[in-house]
Design a protein around this ligand. Structure first.
Ligand SMILES: Cc1cc2nc3c(=O)[nH]c(=O)nc-3n(C[C@H](O)[C@H](O)[C@H](O)COP(=O)(O)OP(=O)(O)OC[C@H]3O[C@@H](n4cnc5c(N)ncnc54)[C@H](O)[C@@H]3O)c2cc1C
Length: 361
């Protein structure tokens, strides 16, 4: 989680979210699995500094979406409305939906995820595959799990796994790895996949494995990891006229910093500020062209403000993932002996970004 939650302080989302979130430690425990023995890395001597400066929270996506949706007037959200084409119409855009209906809009903000139609319209190519995959699971227990509120991560040869409680009864876990040619058939078979994960994690504490064991197969979510190559963001159009992209449509990244969704929320705070400014300068007898220009300027400001933040996160996440999930002897040696504190620090430091407040002073 990042400072975006503070950015939303003025809305009831802020009041709604924290009680539903579970502060999950000011520290991460690192375990390096090199076969028979597991050594534990803790932030000796720095714990206090870390705890006062940074914080890791587990925010459940469903609760956050509900909180955000509850802020909007009824009927604002239109579900099951897949955009299939975008048409120019003077100072407006016309969206063609899959059911044949059209929507005319002054501003088009593409938050349509990694396969964004709007990003394609702006000239971005498809997100790049990394060959890595992630499995995520969420276990909802009927009784308290008694698991301390700490994010624990485990590193093995060619894989990374982690477990974190979301609240007293819910535990989230993940496992990332690069499948080889034999593993590929596992991808089609959730039962075998579960067994594969458990075998890989044979050296982690049994209570951690039990969370995965108890997770139902239909709660296993498998995804290939993709990202936007940073240099495509240096040159690409984040906005054009009255169109822009935000969230994964703009900055798909590997999940190694846990910042993709947080970055999307930062986009939202900055974009809302830029657009509010554009609309608040409206004069009474304004021509459509003037309004279009102000929107265009607002979106340009948004693009400039977000470009390097996105590039930074995509690049750092990719490098952190490459090193942490290291397969070669050299990379695992460097990871275990040199980079652990550095990588851990990045995880916290990058999430501590201040995107400012939602309201204009
Ligand atoms: C394994 C994994 C772990 C992750 N862990 C974290 C984490 O710990 N912390 C974190 O912050 N982030 C994490 N992320 C990233 C996070 O999930 C994404 O960054 C976030 O979901 C992006 O939100 P979004 O709204 O931009 O896109 P999405 O969540 O993909 O939403 C896009 C929406 O657009 C809709 N849509 C798509 N196409 C169209 C269309 N043509 N027309 C209309 N609507 C359309 C979709 O139905 C969907 O509702 C993780 C990602 C992965 C893969």
């Amino acid at each position: 989680m990042g400072k975006w939650l503070e950015g939303l302080r003025c809305s009831s989302c802020w009041r709604y979210s924290p009680p539903k979130t579970y502060t999950s430690s000011w520290e991460c425990d690192y375990f390096f699995d090199d076969g028979a023995t597991i050594s534990k890395y803790v932030f000796q001597g720095q714990r206090k500094a870390v705890s006062t400066k940074f914080e890791v929270r587990c925010v459940r996506r469903k609760l956050l979406l509900e909180a955000l949706a509850n802020e909007l007037p009824r009927g604002t959200i239109r579900y099951l409305s897949k955009v299939v084409a975008i048409e120019e119409s003077g100072f407006f855009k016309i969206l063609h939906l899959i059911d044949g209906t059209t929507i005319k809009t002054k501003v088009l903000i593409g938050c349509d995820g990694i396969n964004s139609v709007v990003a394609k319209w702006l000239g971005f190519k498809e997100a790049t595959y990394t060959e890595r995959f992630a499995i995520r699971g969420c276990l909802e227990l009927e009784t308290n799990h008694s698991f301390e509120p700490i994010l624990k991560q485990y590193f093995g040869k060619g894989f990374r796994a982690g477990v974190v409680p979301c609240d007293e009864k819910v535990v989230y876990w993940f496992f990332t790895w690069t499948p080889n040619s034999q593993d590929k058939e596992l991808i089609q078979n959730p039962a075998k996949l579960k067994q594969y994960v458990l075998n890989k994690l044979e050296n982690v504490p049994s209570y951690v494995k039990s969370f995965i064991e108890k997770t139902e197969l239909d709660s296993f979510h498998l995804a290939p990891l993709r990202y936007r190559q940073p240099w495509k963001l240096i040159m690409g159009n984040i906005s054009k006229g009255n169109v822009c992209v935000a969230g994964d449509a703009l900055h798909p990244m590997t999940p190694d910093l846990g910042q993709g969704g947080c970055c999307a929320l930062e986009d939202g705070v900055v974009l809302a500020r830029c657009l509010a400014e554009a609309f608040s300068n409206k004069s009474k007898k304004e021509e459509k062209e003037e309004e279009y220009k102000r929107i265009e300027e607002g979106l340009k400001r948004y693009a400039n403000e977000r470009r390097w933040r996105c590039i930074d996160l995509i690049t750092t996440a990719y490098i952190v993932g490459f090193v942490q999930q290291g397969n070669s002897k050299l990379v695992t040696f460097l990871r275990d002996k040199l980079f652990a504190p550095l990588l851990f620090g990045q995880l916290l430091k990058k999430s501590n970004f201040n995107c400012g407040k939602l309201n204009i002073p």
